[in-house]
Design a protein. Structure first.
Lengths: 314, 304
């Protein structure tokens, strides 16, 4: 598997492990200094140092005194958060938004891929795809701007319905708006991966199925579904694993003072508490709580996959 | 829609009745989805030309005497929009160059089975995909580093993407090893092999990663919102945020209007023009990248 190191050393025979490591380093130092060093430094500085900063969650952090100078308060931030009346509402909002988002949002691109696979003309398919991908290139801000315009009391949706409801102020409408606009923006783009997997479905197999008189449903079950099954599974696991890391950007941009009852999720709460009210210790604790749930979810999903998938995880 | 979507009507007629019904439904669903994308876009384009009072009271109209270019004039002559454009372009280009360089370089040793320390670096990198310090510790670090209100604060932290590194690594591993062995025999150094032999055959994946980085930076607003304070450093998305989300147009856009009601109507109209103007560059550019979409996603599908 590994080829002999380049250059002259090939086999000096009897060299100790330490010696051969030294020789390897001397010959391949560029790999460490030029290739991996920038990424390594960025990772240590911007990913690992903040992990150390999690200690803030256990202190009454005061920027002037620093982490070590601030009062150690143990897990009191966590107990305060867990026992606050708002905790349950933020957690439920976060979970509902992501679970319903997954239930509606996950099948949408798969369905689109199946539909696209039924378009026989390649040129027409490409044109359709170009339209389907377009919303992916709109920014979150512009998307939310569009949503607000279309849903305003005088906007297009009210025009079509003949009403004048201000949807953006309704807590009951927030989730639907969030999820529907997510599908609008992302379903086309996410379908690429399934379209690609479908195009790998053997043409011969499909032709054989057609000759054997298989109808559409049978073709899908026997040829197309097996071709994308693995992709679907992996995508599903990854989505479930990320259920708690639901994006801040869009929820915040769709929030209004009046729909807060359903739009305040953990990440928007952490932002407001930490960066607007400067309650660093408490908001770090809330953020950590979120991360930990997410990691537990990921690990358990990975274990489930391993069981279903003959020992192969992600 | 149905008739249009089927290439040859003859083929469709030959299908069993059940299939015909399913296909018809399928084409209708697809058609509805396409309409749902196209209609709002057309609506916003049309509405952006309509006089604000008419738009507020009657909505869309094809009475062209009520059409106006006011919104475009006001948006285009506003300097903050252009500052935003300039900054967005600058940050996106800088971020793309930086991120592509760091990611492609790191992926090279990680793609070589004989690279010592591969396992170590792999663990170090992959952990960060699942676990992080979170918002506040990162924010405090940026402050401690003196990067507050410095564009580096939005460029550096995300410059190395583990996910993109895995994609690039997988792509390198698909390159025939003969190339590397030939280079070994010729005595080429790692740098020579990487720049002269490997990179030139990796252009599809480089273009894909570059596109993702560019679009990602162009469209993001969160980091800029928390780290960049000066108006002169704000990227486009932050300017858009005050116009579109907070309904606070840049002062110069509406300040000449006396009546509060009229000002509010104009502010509403400005949103339409702002959406069109700000989205235009990417809308024009992305079809040219279409050929890179598939291979990038495919590379991502193959896990490292």
């Amino acid at each position: 598997m590994s080829k002999p190191p380049r250059g002259t050393l090939a086999r000096t025979g009897g060299s100790t492990r330490a010696h051969s490591t030294l020789v390897y380093l001397r010959q391949h130092w560029q790999l460490y200094v030029f290739f991996i060093m920038p990424a390594f430094l960025l990772t240590v500085i911007f990913r690992y140092i903040p992990m150390g900063g999690i200690a803030i969650a256990f202190t009454d952090y005061n920027p002037i005194q620093g982490i070590l100078g601030s009062d150690f308060v143990g897990v009191s931030h966590f107990t305060r958060f867990l026992s606050s009346p708002d905790f349950l509402s933020y957690l439920v909002n976060t979970l509902k938004l992501s679970v319903f988002g997954l239930l509606w949002g996950f099948p949408a691109p798969i369905l689109l891929a199946f539909l696209l696979n039924r378009i026989l003309s390649k040129k027409r398919k490409q044109k359709i795809q170009l339209v389907l991908y377009m919303p992916n290139f709109i920014s979150v801000i512009v998307l939310c701007g569009i949503v607000r315009i279309l849903l305003s009391p005088t906007g297009m949706v009210n025009m079509l319905l003949g009403t004048s409801v201000n949807f953006m102020t309704l807590p009951s409408a927030f989730r639907t708006i969030y999820i529907a606009s997510g599908i609008w923006q992302g379903a086309g783009w996410s379908s690429i991966i399934y379209t690609a997997a479908l195009s790998n479905a053997s043409k011969d197999l499909k032709e054989a199925a057609v000759i054997d008189g298989a109808n559409l449903i049978q073709q899908i079950r026997a040829v197309e579904w097996p071709a994308i099954k693995d992709t679907v599974l992996i995508q599903f696991i990854m989505s479930v694993g990320n259920i708690m890391s639901i994006g801040f950007e869009k929820a915040y941009a769709l929030q209004t003072d009046l729909n807060m009852a359903s739009s305040e999720i953990i990440s928007t709460y952490v932002y407001k508490l930490g960066l607007i009210q400067a309650d660093f210790g408490f908001s770090t604790a809330v953020g950590l709580f979120n991360t930990v749930i997410n990691v537990i979810l990921l690990i358990s999903m990975n274990a489930i996959v391993k069981k279903m998938n003959d020992g192969k995880g992600i | 829609m149905k008739a249009k979507a089927i290439k040859k009507k003859g083929e469709f007629a030959k299908l069993p009745t059940g299939d015909k019904a399913i296909l018809t439904v399928a084409y209708i669903i697809l058609g509805v989805f396409l309409l749902a994308i196209i209609l709002p876009v057309i609506y916003i384009i049309l509405a952006s030309f309509i006089d604000p009072v008419t738009l507020q009271n009657k909505g869309l109209t094809f009475d062209f005497s009520k059409w106006t270019l006011t919104a475009y004039e006001r948006v285009m002559t506003n300097s903050q929009i252009w500052v935003g454009f300039k900054n967005a372009l600058l940050y996106s280009v800088e971020f793309t160059v930086l991120s592509v360089a760091v990611t492609l370089l790191a992926a090279y040793p990680m793609s070589r089975p004989d690279f010592r320390g591969r396992g170590f670096f792999n663990v170090i990198f992959v952990i960060t995909m699942f676990f992080g310090g979170g918002l506040i510790p990162t924010y405090l670090l940026i402050n401690d580093l003196g990067l507050y209100d410095n564009p580096l604060a939005i460029l550096l932290p995300g410059a190395f993407s583990v996910w993109n590194m895995i994609i690039a690594r997988t792509y390198y591993q698909g390159i025939p090893r003969d190339l590397q062995e030939a280079a070994d025999i010729d005595g080429a150094s790692e740098m020579q092999y990487f720049f002269k032999i490997l990179l030139p055959v990796c252009t599809p994946i480089i273009a894909t990663i570059a596109m993702w980085n560019f679009v990602g930076m162009w469209n993001s607003y969160f980091d800029a919102m928390i780290y960049l304070n000066s108006a002169s450093k704000q990227p486009l998305q932050l300017v858009l945020r005050s116009i579109l989300i907070q309904s606070q147009p840049e002062p110069g856009m509406v300040s000449d209007i006396q009546s509060t009601a009229q000002r509010a109507q104009l502010a509403e109209l400005l949103k339409y023009a702002t959406i069109i103007i700000s989205s235009l560059p990417l809308m024009i550019m992305y079809p040219f990248f279409q050929k890179y979409f598939d291979n990038g996603i495919m590379a991502g599908a193959v896990k490292g």
